[in-house]
Design a protein around this ligand. Structure first.
Ligand code: 6PG
Length: 479
């Protein structure tokens, strides 16, 4: 046995992660793939990596030093279970199986439990950063046992992206915590992307600027507080020209956004946890709206407003959009962190929210300068109830709110869909409201279903005899 770590599954993500591992001092990497061809190809193309190839699970296990450590990089789902079953047969107590796929965290909890009975450690690990991240430095979100972290920690630290001198990896929490946090990362990713798309659309429709000109706007924004990977690549995409037609590439791409599911999981899970992640939900649903061409075709002639968006001062308008984007982004992250807090409470994980913000500063898709502000906020108040109430964000929202309101109002008046901008603002106003019309909803619920209500002036639970003399009784009397 010569390899200290192995990778199973040598598609792009797996082979890139294997190459990343092999490039770090002290690692020898065993590789295995279901079909031999992929393994041979990787070996031929990357002799410098010094891979130890295995062509059966027995060989794979034999090539690994103890505790054996293997990272599974296969498409999440049944394939993951199949690989785990095989590894469990050839591994021994104390060995470590890591799943680096985009697994649903409840699957990870189930798998961890099942594997734990064998004495083998199972670690669900979120890996973000796409193909390039896997090769050069991803953001890593491992869950699993403390025992596994002792072995995994140094290896993962060596391959993770580095942000301000710190590796973008932390032991997020036990069992499914890593995949949970990766799921929320993707939910925030969806929101961030939708917000950027809305900003682009408003600027284009409001100012008539070309995509290439808007690319310059994003490039400029990337120099300031919005600095992030997604803003940076937005400029690149907007600047791209279609070789065949010479048109802006964004104009020849079909306007139907796909999704592989993680954003939807974030929302489904949030609903189960009772956490309002409305900005993320709107981002998921905006993709769904876009992806129903048959519905869009029959709806295309629905009446819209007479007046189009009219912008007199393009520069001021663009600054308004920037502020609306920033404020909405704060809401999306605040909602995401809220979900992580609630998930941790529900599943019994101890998750350091500030550490999560830190490991998202590099390597991952949502990497952004702004995450420093989030880790600062949690450093100051570790059990912060609502992220956006931290002083830095209050100040930012104070600066942004007038612009944010103007943009949402202008978009609505001109019939330009801005679901993420407007739902974020509605969430913000709902959260800060003194009184909400929820009181009326409680009245309605009590009316038709005797669901009872509490009063602002007395302890207890009450019910009005709506179909009787409409006197109020304490709820105990209804039983
Ligand atoms: C990442 C990404 C990645 C994810 C796609 C899926 O963190 O590297 O989140 O894990 O596979 O971005 O997103 P879609 O649902 O849009 O396909």
């Amino acid at each position: 046995a010569t390899a200290n770590i192995g990778v199973v599954g040598l598609a792009v993500m797996g082979s890139n992660l294997a190459r990343n591992l092999a490039s770090r001092e002290g690692n020898t990497v065993a590789v295995y793939n279901r079909s031999r061809a992929k393994t041979d190809e990787l070996l031929t193309e990357h002799p410098e990596a010094g891979f130890v190839p295995a062509f059966s699970y027995d060989e794979f296990a034999a090539s690994l030093t103890v505790p054996r450590t293997a990272v599974i990089m296969v498409k999440a789902g049944a394939g993951t279970d199949a690989v785990i079953d095989e590894l469990v047969k050839v591994f021994e107590p104390g060995d470590i199986i890591v799943d680096g796929g985009n697994a649903l965290f409840t699957d990870t909890i189930r798998r961890e439990k099942a594997v734990r009975d064998t004495g083998i450690n199972f670690v669900g690990m979120g890996v973000s950063g796409g193909e390039e991240g896997a090769l050069l430095g991803p953001s890593l979100m491992p869950g699993g046992s403390d025992e596994s972290w002792v072995t995994l920690g140094p290896i993962l630290r060596s391959i993770a992206a580095v942000a301000e001198g710190e590796p973008c990896v932390t032991h997020v929490g036990h069992d499914g915590a890593g995949h949970f946090v990766k799921m929320v990362h993707n939910g925030i990713e969806y929101a961030d992307m939708q917000l950027i798309a809305e900003a682009y659309d408003l600027i284009r429709r409001g100012t008539g600027k070309t995509p290439a000109e808007i690319a310059d706007v994003f490039a400029q924004w990337n120099e300031g507080e919005l600095n992030s990977y997604l803003i940076e690549i937005t400029a690149e995409v907007l600047r791209a020209q279609d070789a065949a037609t010479g048109a802006p590439l964004v104009d020849v791409i079909v306007d139907q956004a796909g999704a592989k599911g993680t954003g939807g999981w974030t929302v489904q899970t949030a609903i189960d946890l009772g956490v309002p992640v409305s900005g993320i939900a709107e981002a998921v649903f905006a993709r769904s709206v876009s992806s129903h061409p048959e519905q869009r075709a029959v709806a295309a002639n629905l009446p819209g407003p007479v007046d189009e968006l009219r912008v007199d001062d393009a520069e001021a308008f663009i600054e308004d959009v920037r502020l609306a984007l920033f404020a909405s982004k704060i809401v999306a992250y605040s909602q995401g962190f809220d979900e992580i807090r609630a998930g941790a409470a529900q599943y019994g994980w101890t998750i350091d929210l500030g550490a999560v913000a830190k490991i998202w500063r590099g390597g991952c898709i949502i990497r952004a300068q702004f995450l420093n502000r989030i880790s600062d906020a949690y450093a100051e108040v570790p059990d912060l109830q609502v992220l956006l109430t931290a002083p830095y964000f209050v100040d930012a929202l104070q600066r942004a709110q007038d612009a944010w309101r103007r943009i949402v109002a202008q978009a609505a008046a001109a019939g330009i869909p801005s679901p993420a901008f407007s739902s974020s603002l509605a969430y913000y106003d709902g959260l800060r409201a003194d009184r909400l019309p929820a009181a009326l909803i409680q009245g309605q619920r009590d009316f038709f279903g005797a669901h009872t209500y509490r009063r602002v002036d007395r302890e207890g639970t009450f019910h009005t005899l709506w179909s009787g003399d409409r006197s109020e009784i304490t709820a105990e009397d209804t039983h």
